[in-house]
Ligand binder design. Structure first.
Ligand code: SAM
Ligand code: SF4
Length: 339
């Protein structure tokens, strides 16, 4: 069932006047990879009965859209390992086709993208993000602890062939991929992709000390600027990246810098976890439990909780990484909240 946007809904505005128009949904906390900065080697995943069903996610998405959400990103964990993912994408994608949702998109590690690319385009997706932290096959396996880069590259090709615009996400990791920013940008440019670099954030236990791997993106920008003129541009995708044009390239360069230069003032996002909790900020523990309310009170219970969630949205996260800093501000992994 497609619910038309409620014309009388005033939209969702938080206590600081920010319009909340962007919902990220983690459809599963499970993943076929174990990226070193994201998960520990021996991850314990949530029991299946704690995870929202496809039907529940679809109904909750309907309510968010009726309240003014214009863009939904499906994430995880790895969304494409969820068996009923295609059905969910089609359900939410109907809103795009009906004009009640401006954009439905996806963040994926790409390992199963080749099988799903056509389905994603059919569901109404126009562009997706694929995570790729290196072009070196051995380093890829090392960072992901098990991945095969050939599958990801095949997935990216299939997505482009299906007409999807692909943006590459690369987490900057000191001592691992910090010599590859320029080569990755050149590869993206040659293949028609934009590139977003991301600072590693202190989310969840990961077996390693994050301080050792944290690299401020000012360093990446300096490396690129040593070879190409780089200039800020007004381009926006609705997410937290700041974009730059790079002289001689079509590829845009995005920087996500939660640590070195936070972007909270313009935050327009809410996150629905795979367990059905709404987190208003990746960097805070405050949340509302939509799953319990929905299972006890039905869809009408969702609206009241959305208002509570809006009141909870903090002004800014308080992430910190570095010697003398608290080691971590949030115990949840990114895979539960949805990156
Ligand atoms: N599995 C999918 C993927 O890797 O694209 C989607 C989920 S993943 C959690 C979403 C994004 O978050 C990826 O681009 C990943 O590199 C990034 N990410 C994961 N943990 C992170 C962390 N601690 N700090 C910064 N980015 C992180
Ligand atoms: Fe899986 Fe994505 Fe986390 Fe890597 S970043 S372990 S692919 S959820």
């Amino acid at each position: 069932m497609v619910i038309a946007r409620n014309a009388s809904a005033s939209g969702m505005v938080d206590a600081f006047g920010r319009h909340i128009e962007y919902l990220r949904i983690s459809v599963t906390d499970r993943c076929d990879l174990r990226c070193r900065y994201c998960m520990s080697e021996k991850m314990t995943f949530l029991p299946r009965d704690q995870i929202l069903t496809l039907e529940e996610i679809a109904i909750i998405a309907d309510r968010f859209i009726a309240r003014g959400v214009k863009k939904i990103r499906l994430s995880g964990g790895e969304p494409l390992v969820r068996r009923d993912f295609g059905e969910l994408a089609r359900r939410i994608g109907r809103h795009v086709k009906a004009g009640t949702l401006e954009e439905l998109t996806l963040t994926t590690n790409g390992t199963h993208l080749a099988e799903h690319a056509e389905m994603l385009a059919d569901a109404g997706m126009k562009r997706i993000n694929v995570s790729l932290d290196t072009l070196d096959p051995a380093l890829f396996t090392q960072i992901t602890r098990r991945g095969d880069i050939a599958k990801v590259l095949e997935g990216i090709r299939a997505a482009s062939d299906a007409g999807l615009k692909v943006k590459i996400n690369m987490v900057a990791l000191k001592g691992l991929n910090d010599g590859e920013f320029l080569s990755m940008l050149r590869w993206c440019d040659a293949h028609g992709h934009d590139l977003t670099l991301i600072e590693t954030m202190p989310l969840g236990h990961i077996d390693e000390d994050r301080t050792d791997r944290y690299l401020p993106l000012t360093i990446a920008l300096e490396q690129i600027a040593a070879e190409h003129e780089v200039a800020p541009i007004a381009y926006k995708t609705g997410g937290p990246a700041r974009y730059f044009a790079v002289d001689g390239m079509r590829a845009r360069l995005g920087l996500i810098t939660p640590l070195s230069n936070n972007f909270c003032a313009g935050c327009n996002r809410m996150r629905l976890t795979c367990e059905g909790k709404i987190f208003m900020c990746l960097g805070h523990e405050d949340h509302v439990d939509l799953k319990t309310a929905f299972r006890e009170g039905g869809a009408d219970a969702i609206d009241a909780l959305l208002d509570t969630a809006l009141r909870l949205k903090p002004l800014a996260h308080d992430f910190a990484i570095g010697p003398g800093e608290r080691p971590m501000s949030v115990s949840r992994h990114m895979s539960v909240t949805g990156g």
